[in-house]
Write a protein that binds this ligand. Structure first.
Ligand SMILES: [Zn+2]
Length: 133
């Protein structure tokens, strides 16, 4: 602890899944930046995915990004009614996150923007993105 510690409910020092999920429902994306190697993760985790350090800082991620890879899921999980939907790994600033794509099909390199959230009964909201204007 240090004098610089402030209580910040918007960006909790330790990002838990529920904090992340609550932010997604508000249309915000939170990630974690590693104090050791600088790696930024788009999903909450107890330790850096790159170096294993536990000194992580909660950061706000941009809600617009660039498609890094994409695939179409033809056999969706049971809670999704429609068949055939696209998911993409999107570069969000320094982070990379897996999102659901709505609207038009996107290709690698396309710009996309946060469009909403799919909420499921099991408390696992998923951010949705659509092609950016
Ligand atoms: Zn690290």
């Amino acid at each position: 602890m240090s004098a610089q510690d402030t209580e910040d409910v918007e960006r909790p020092a330790t990002l838990g899944y529920h904090d992340w999920a609550a932010a997604v429902r508000e249309g915000r994306l939170l990630g974690q930046a590693c104090e050791e190697c600088g790696h930024v993760s788009g999903v909450p985790s107890g330790a850096c995915q790159e170096c294993g350090a536990r000194d992580l800082t909660t950061v706000e991620l941009p809600t617009e990004g660039t498609v890094y890879s994409e695939t179409t899921i033809n056999v969706p999980p049971e809670q999704f009614e429609e068949r055939g939907y696209q998911v993409a790994v999107v570069d969000l600033g320094d982070a990379r996150g897996m999102v659901r794509i709505e609207g038009d099909h996107v290709d690698i390199g396309d710009e996309v923007a946060l469009s909403g959230v799919i909420d499921t009964d099991d408390d696992h909201p998923a951010p949705t993105f659509e092609p950016a204007e």
